[in-house]
Design a protein around this ligand. Structure first.
Ligand SMILES: Nc1ncnc2c1ncn2[C@@H]1O[C@H](COP(=O)(O)OP(=O)(O)O)[C@@H](O)[C@H]1O
Ligand SMILES: N[C@@H](CCOP(=O)(O)O)C(=O)O
Length: 320
């Protein structure tokens, strides 16, 4: 159950008085999700019912959030299917609620899929490339935003230090070898921009083979564009043992290239980026396992899955 901060109906009714979205009809906690508190909110306005998602941010300060709110507004305005933040009567989309920063966003259609098919992987490749392109005008429009990378190189190095003493010798060796590899990796020629940074299957809503939308932009940041595709490939295009499934990989990769072709430097770095992307999620899952947050982690995620992926991507990179 992922409602960490409860909101009562009278509390929300008071909060919604600043918005022009009508009367509250229903408030329903969302059980999936592991980071923030989310509710479905239904209102009635001029005889029409509208559905929204209310998010209470459990780990971000109010100051950190405008980047994500402005990013979603920008992407939605540029045709990327993603939630649109709802502004109040004064034009503000961020407010405190029950001691937490909170925002209302539009509710998208569809649900997440466990076992994606080739068409769905292609659709993700296409939308991710379009998002990367739309991100360029976002960075030009909002140069003042500090896009803090919560899971970048500094975090990976710090987290590795925290988990290393708890690992068996073989995993320590794998981790040390990968840390040395990422420190040596020359990324100077690789295009950067806004990345989603966590485009896993649970962050894309599908209606059949059609994308309803991308959600959970709260790791978005300025980083290597091809790394974002590597993150998605490592979740969407793998078999149960972590090996890459060629038809899904080709579908996602080619669909991405059709919209934003890789540079030759990105092609050369691709095996390395798959490896770094595996490291990032191995580390976060290890950290959550070794240092569980009391009452918070409701859906434990298996670090060994990403250890296997990292080993496989390491062999792949060495074979190139
Ligand atoms: N804009 C949205 N439209 C529809 N459903 C949403 C939307 N945002 C979140 N959800 C639902 O809420 C769930 C949790 O959201 P998510 O952002 O992944 O939470 P967390 O950040 O806590 O992991 C999603 O799996 C999805 O079912
Ligand atoms: N999609 C990730 C979870 C999000 O990352 P975290 O750093 O918040 O744990 C996963 O499946 O591990």
């Amino acid at each position: 159950m992922s409602v960490f901060t409860s909101v009562s109906i009278p509390q929300l009714q008071t909060w919604l008085q600043d918005y022009a979205i009508g009367e509250l009809v229903e408030l329903k906690g969302i059980s999936s999700g592991i980071t923030n508190t989310n509710y479905f909110v239904t209102t009635q306005h001029n005889g029409t019912q509208n559905k929204f998602v209310l998010t209470l941010f459990e780990h971000n300060t109010l100051e950190e959030l405008p980047y994500f709110i402005d990013l979603m507004s920008h992407l939605a305005a540029h045709g990327i299917p993603c939630p649109k933040p709802i502004a109040d009567k004064s034009g503000n989309s961020l407010h405190m609620l029950n001691g937490k920063p909170a925002a209302l966003i539009s509710c998208l259609n569809g649900g997440d899929i466990e076992a994606p098919n080739v068409q769905q992987c292609a659709a993700v490749g296409t939308v991710l490339a379009k998002m990367h392109i739309a991100g360029q005008s976002f960075e030009a429009e909002f140069p003042q935003h500090d896009s803090h990378n919560q899971r970048g190189m500094d975090w990976r190095v710090k987290t590795a230090t925290q988990v290393l003493p708890h690992l068996p010798a073989a995993d320590q060796q794998l981790l040390n070898e990968t840390l040395a590899f990422q420190a040596e990796l020359d990324t100077a020629e690789l295009p950067m921009g806004v990345i989603h940074a966590d485009l896993f299957r649970d962050n894309v809503l599908f209606d059949g083979n059609e994308i309803g939308g991308l959600i959970d932009f709260y790791y978005a940041c300025h980083d290597l564009l091809a790394y974002d595709l590597a993150i998605a490939v490592n979740d969407w295009c793998v078999n149960a043992d972590g090996s890459l499934d060629t038809p899904r990989l080709e579908a996602m990769f080619n669909a991405y290239q059709a919209v934003r072709p890789f540079t030759s430097a990105e092609h050369a770095a691709w095996p390395a980026l798959l490896r770094i992307a595996a490291l990032r999620f191995w580390l976060s899952r290890l950290y959550d396992q070794i240092y569980p947050q009391a009452g918070e982690l409701t859906h434990a995620k298996d670090p060994n899955h990403f250890q296997r992926i990292l080993k496989l991507r390491t062999s792949l990179a060495k074979s190139k």
